[in-house]
Design a protein around this ligand. Sequence first.
Ligand SMILES: [Zn+2]
Length: 479
Amino acid sequence: MEFKKAIGLEVHIELSTSRKLFCNCNTRFGARPNSQSCNICLGRPGAMPILSRKAVDYAILAGLALNLHISDYMSFDRKAYYYPDLPKAYQITQYYQPIGVDGYIDIETNKGPKRVRIKRLHLEEDAGKLIHQPEKQITKVDYNRAGIPLIEVVTEPDLNTAEECQTFLEQLRLIALYLGISDCKMEEGSLRCDVNISLNSKDSKLHGTRVEIKNLNSFKAIQKAIEYEFERQREILVKGSTIVAETRRWNDKLKKTESMKKRDRGDDYRYMPDPELPTIRIGDKRIKHISLKMPELPATIYKRFRQNYCLSEKDARLLLSIPDLARLFEACLLEYNKPQVLCNWLTGDLLRLIKESNTDIKSIKLSPMMIKDLLIMIDNGLISTTIARKVFIDMFYSGHKPQLIVERKKLAQVTDQKTLEAVTDLVLKQNKSSVSDYKAGKKKVLSYLMGQAMEKTEGKANPVILKEILTSRLDQSKS
Ligand SMILES: [Zn+2]
């Protein structure tokens, strides 16, 4: 029996507002536990929530970017459940009137383009964080995260493979990054995903029983969980048994999903409108105002990188993966119009240095003008690429102009015939056995001798002239 997978995603994206959704507490990641909490986010009796305007604007912006229909009115509801990370014993979310409905993202799959429908997008508050210490048999709770604004993006079950889910999530992540509404750091929990997966026989039009896998926080975990769950459900169906509607969790150590709870009723959260938060009219004026702030979206930039600059799919995606890098690339292009050369420097040497020095593109000392000056020095034969890479490192750390570095360190290429002839003669004298090898027909030693001569000039010899001298000297000595 052949089966098809139907996968729907519920993606939580933490918004990067500096304040929480209903109070003024700071949202910085990594602060001392419980140092960023107050009466409101701790749910103390009598504390009243005050809605963050910025969080609503961010959610509307996301809704517009995801092609959603933005609702005229939105309201907040209480989702009741009892858990230690939820001090009020209910979470404030949007159940009856979310910010937006009926949108989509177009993704590229190996079978061509595919539209993934988005059912809804709503705004809600995050819960606190439990820190389990099994060795001491205790669990600690940190409420710094409680009340941080989240958007939840819920798709229709339009995805069929783990790869498609990954492509969708990467695209959604990029959109949020380019909108500037979240840092989308999966490792810090700013982007988390629940996966709904059901299996059914290939020709059936209906979806099978839905199993939910909660709180996946890496692309790898998502992929592994989907693959595992597909196999598990397939085995059950092949045996003729039925799938239980339940919520499961991914155990990364054992590489398997485990049952958390059965879902006997679809809705056991006793949703009720929050009496402390009024229904809000969003209105065309506000939507229009926000849509004017819409930046260029990654899909458009990707198209330009591919079509206008003729970059490969891999290069375009790499540049695009860091918004500041893509911006720097285009700023450099205004100065130096060789896209591929620029792309190689930025995605190669620059990214390596960024990683090495643990910094980010925003804080680097390199300007597009400096990068252009360096590349022109290579084009004019003033320095070799090898030297240029050294200068680039110096520029990166010192912020000095390349001309200054080349001058101070005397890095300009040696093109003087006499100097290079002297170097060549010395090398030939010191490597007599290689010279005899060359005479015996082993042409390979040429590159060894070139290397020796280069070393003597600290890599500054003009390779074309040097090679000319070297071959002519070798051929002379032959006859
Ligand atoms: Zn607070």
